[in-house]
Every structure is written in structure tokens, then in C-alpha cells.
Design a protein around this ligand. Structure first.
Ligand code: FEO
Ligand code: CA
Ligand code: CA
Length: 514
């Protein structure tokens, strides 16, 4: 979510300027040979012929006697258990107060909102080939804005060795040792922010007025154990609007995590761990794309950082400032990051940069030298551009299948869809870029979202027969509960939900038989 989204769901979009430089010619999806969808404006989840969807869980559904599934579900991760059972981690990114208890910033309303963010752990099992939530499973639990989470670091952060709560949980990742990573993205909407000089910015949701907390507790990557829900904030990966954390192994076995800062003109980071099974200690780097270099953010490697910062902890907290001092490249809002199973290359979704009149975004390919994630030099090129040629704009979350087909979702802002530069592109959708065979190089629209929603968090089951997908923020631009722009999924107030996609077309694509 960005500021425009936020103002829209508060019903104040009129204060925003219109987008300049709009194209007015409507776009018609051109890949007629592929069995994909055409752009749609319907308030429905639509799927391509040969793919069905079912709702797994909706906002507000009980997961045990005390807890409910939170608001605005986003990233999904799958942790297999025995006997066709599994645990799902699901992020709950932010809240739309209108749909919860009302826009008034009272303690009562904010207390409710604090419970709606963070994440859910859900046990699921397959019954007659359909994944279902196991209600009241011992594993079902919520993390929210009140959960106490220790900092994994050798010094205190803002005077504490723990943070209270996790929120802004956008995308994430999984580690080779089976833990979930959930990333605190736009933390400033909840708690504002604080510069190194001590200047404070206001939070948009006003939570800090009722519960004053240091914003330095947020903007971290959080690691969560699937079976216990035990969590820690990884200070090692720096503090920013982390979209995701994509983890792989270097040739020497050490773990490497890539993470993007989803804010206009912010940066792409890489953390090289000292260890094969932990992300707590190591070195943080930031990308300079012009030079093809990963630049160290270690105080002992960079005289300019030693000169400007008190210590390494301060660099981790103000990673953005340190990144700029060493010469990091400003990027067009880095979102999700995935590794190509065919080449090992690193794919980064750059969703857009409206300041630079880049409305459609692109997907960047990074080729590490020696094909080693621990390399400090790389080549890079644009892999795929958004726009009329390929029928999509604003790529966001991605997942590869074993054939190397790249499945990705888009995130055009609610009030902007099908207008101006987005005219003819319909609602946000799930697409697949075909890597091989007759349709190689083509982009197919697989599923289309309801009004105002984005599809997020695509996650395959290990057998690649089910794609879990979040339908996030349907009806977000509704000015009130009486004037709804969407009533998906059940004809009443809109509810973000996790859905499962299955069917012969999905299986054909992932088997490379289309
Ligand atoms: Fe929450 Fe960068 O999307
Ligand atoms: Ca997004
Ligand atoms: Ca996202």
C-alpha cells in the first residue's frame, strides 16, 4: 500500500492531483492463442477456463475460540506437515478503519484495529483434493500489533530489547530451515517515523496518539517459527519499508537474503550471513546498478559511514540514509524478489515510479557474477516491461513454477484502475509469463480481482496442483459502508480472503504441457 491507497480508503482522494501524461487509447489483450482472460471490471474473482477457485478463509472467520483471521491478508507461505496437512502463514498488512469499527480515532476503535494486523498461522488439510482450514488446531494462532517480539541483535533498539507488535506485514519469504519471514513495510502509517536528527512524522492511522511507541521498533524483517509462532526481529537486514526477504544459499553454503525497500527511489539490499542456518549475523550490502556492485554497509568497510554514524546499530536503524551515503541506486519501488529455478538469477519486481512518469513498472533480472549469491558484482537487465504490449501494469508479487514460468500479480491503485495510463488494463490480475514451448515469451491473464482489490501472495502447494492466493482490499475506495464499491465475496461488506486455484489448465502450465 502507498499513501495514495491510504487516502483513498479514508475517502479523501480528492486532495490528490490527477496523473499527468495519460494515454487515452484503449488496450485490447492480444494473446488470443492463449486460453487467458480478457481485462475485466467486474466485481468478481474470474479465472481462466480450466482453472477454478474456492475460498479458503475470509476476514473475520474464527480460527480458534479466541482469535479471528485478520484484515487485508497478503503474503502466504506453506509449511508441510505429515498426512496431507500443512501450516500456512498469512500476512495481514494494514486496516481500513471504515470496515472495522469506524474512522473515528478513539481508543476503542484503535484497540480493535491492533488485533487485525500482523499475521495468522493456520493448519490446513486436504479433504477430497480441497484444502480446508482445521478450525481450533493447536497450531492456529495470531501475531498482532500487541505481540512482544525480541530484537535479534547485540544492542538495544530505542532502549529496548524487544518490539511490541508487528504490522505493515506485506510480503515475506521462507528460510532453508523452515521458518517464515514476514516483512514490516509501511510502518509509518501506524506509528509515524523519526529521523536520525530526532524529527518525528505523524502516523496516518493515529495509533501513536493512543499508544505512544517508538517507530524504531518497526520496519524490520521478522522471523517466525511455524509450529510455535515464536518470533524475532532481524536487525541484521536493516530497517526500511521491506517488501519481502528472499533467501537462498551461496556456493559456500552460507545463506543470502535479498530484500527491497518499496518506496519511490529507495534501494535493493542483500544480506550475506556468516552462517549456514541463521540470518542474525553477517554483512548488509546495497545495490549500485550502474556499477553492478553490492556496496557494504559495514561501518568498518566504509569511512564515510564511520564518520557519520555512531555505530553499526545506528546504520541498521537508518539503513536508507547509509545506503545513499555509499552510492546506492534509487529504484522504481522494489517489490517482490524470486530466484529463477532455470538459471538461479534474481528477479525483482519494480512496480512503478510515478515521480519519474514510469506508470507501468518492470521486472528486473540480476545475474550475480559466477552465478554465486555471495558475489559482490553482478550484471542486470530489464526482463519484462509492464504496459500495453504485455497487457499488465505494476508487477508486485511473483512466484516461479518448476518450468520457470513466472506467475505474478499486479497492484494498480484502487482509484486509478482502468483510467489514464491504466485504461484498458481492467482490474488487478494474476498473470503468467510463459518460458517454454509454443507460447514462450507471452503473458497470459490467469485470474482477475474484484473491484479495488489486488491479488497478492501467490504460493504453490509442494505438488504444484494448488496455487494459494490472497484477494486483498476489495472495495477499498468505498467512501462508507453505505456506498460500497465492492461487495465481494458474499454480497455484504467486502472481505479480503485467501483463495485456492486448481484445475487442468493450472496443471498443464506447471507441467510445461500448454
Ligand atoms: Fe505492500 Fe509493496 O506492497
Ligand atoms: Ca503492493
Ligand atoms: Ca506487495
Amino acid at each position: 500500500m502507498n499513501r495514495r491507497h491510504f487516502l483513498q480508503f479514508l475517502g479523501v482522494s480528492g486532495v490528490l492531483s490527477s496523473i499527468p501524461g495519460c494515454s487515452t487509447s484503449p488496450f485490447t489483450f492480444s494473446s488470443t492463442e492463449l486460453p487467458g482472460l480478457s481485462p475485466s471490471l467486474l466485481d468478481q474473482v474470474q479465472t481462466a477456463s480450466g482453472i477454478d477457485y474456492k475460498i479458503l478463509i475470509r476476514w473475520g472467520d474464527k480460527i480458534n475460540a479466541k482469535e479471528s483471521f485478520g484484515f487485508n491478508n497478503d503474503f502466504i507461505a506453506f509449511h508441510p506437515l505429515e498426512d496431507d496437512r500443512a501450516l500456512l502463514w498469512v500476512n495481514h498488512e494494514y486496516v481500513s478503519p471504515t470496515f472495522i469499527n469506524g474512522p473515528e480515532r478513539t481508543k476503542e476503535n484503535i484497540d480493535k484495529e491492533l488485533k487485525e494486523v500482523g499475521g495468522s498461522i493456520l493448519e490446513i488439510k486436504q479433504l477430497e483434493k480441497t484444502w480446508q482450514v482445521v478450525k481450533d488446531s493447536q497450531y492456529n494462532r495470531r501475531l498482532d500489533a500487541n505481540t512482544k517480539i525480541p530484537f535479534a541483535w547485540n544492542e538495544k533498539i530505542a532502549g529496548k530489547d524487544f518490539g511490541v507488535g508487528t504490522m505493515g506485514n506485506c510480503a515475506g519469504g521462507k528460510t532453508p530451515w523452515g521458518t517464515f519471514l514476514t516483512c514490516e513495510e509501511n510502518y509509518e502509517i501506524f506509528w509515524g517515523d523519526k529521523t536520525r536528527a530526532g524529527e518525528k512524522t505523524e502516523s496516518w492511522l493515529g495509533w501513536d496518539k493512543i499508544y505512544p511507541r517508538s517507530p524504531l521498533q518497526y520496519g524490520w524483517v521478522v522471523e517466525v517459527e511455524p509450529k510455535t509462532g515464536k518470533a524475532k526481529k532481524l536487525i541484521s537486514l536493516g530497517r526500511c519499508a521491506h517488501e519481502c526477504a528472499a533467501v537462498t544459499k551461496a556456493k559456500n553454503g552460507k545463506v543470502v537474503a535479498y530484500t527491497g525497500d518499496d518506496k519511490i527511489n529507495e534501494h535493493l539490499y542483500k544480506f550475506i550471513s556468516d552462517s549456514t542456518d541463521s540470518l542474525e549475523r553477517g554483512k548488509l550490502y546495497v545495490a549500485n546498478l550502474e556499477k553492478g556492485q553490492w556496496l557494504s554497509l559495514d561501518i568498518n568497510d566504509q569511512p564515510i559511514l564511520k564518520n557519520k554514524f555512531k555505530n553499526q546499530t545506528e546504520i541498521q536503524i537508518y539503513a536508507r540514509e547509509a545506503a545513499k551515503l555509499v552510492g546506492a541506486t534509487p529504484l522504481d519501488r522494489p517489490e517482490d524478489i524470486e530466484f529463477d529455478p532455470l538459471t538461479g538469477n534474481v528477479f525483482v519486481a519494480l512496480t512503478n515510479n510515478k515521480q519519474n512518469k514510469n506508470y507501468h513498472g518492470s521486472i528486473l533480472k540480476i545475474v550475480e557474477d559466477n552465478n554465486d549469491p555471495a558475489s559482490l558484482t553482478f550484471k542486470q537487465e530489464v526482463f519484462l516491461s509492464g504496459g500495453k504490449e504485455h497487457g499488465f501494469a505494476c508487477p508486485d508479487n511473483m512466484v516461479f513454477d518448476p518450468q520457470g514460468n513466472l506467475w505474478f500479480t499486479t497492484d494498480m491503485a484502487g482509484g486509478e484502475m482502468n483510467k489514464g495510463p491504466y485504461e484498458g488494463l481492467g482490474n488487478n490480475s494474476l498473470f503468467v509469463f510463459m518460458r517454454k514451448g509454443e507460447h514462450q515469451g507471452k503473458v497470459m491473464r490467469v485470474a482477475s480481482a474484484p473491484v479495488d482489490a489486488e491479488l497478492t501472495g501467490p504460493c504453490f502447494s509442494p505438488d504444484y496442483k494448488t496455487l494459494f492466493l490472497s484477494v486483498q482490499h476489495p472495495g477499498e475506495t468505498s467512501p462508507s459502508k453505505d456506498k460500497l464499491t465492492s461487495t465481494w465475496p458474499d454480497g455484504t461488506i467486502p472481505k479480503s480472503s485467501v483463495i485456492t486455484l486448481t484445475g487442468p489448465l493450472l496443471e498443464k502450465i506447471v507441467q510445461g504441457k500448454l
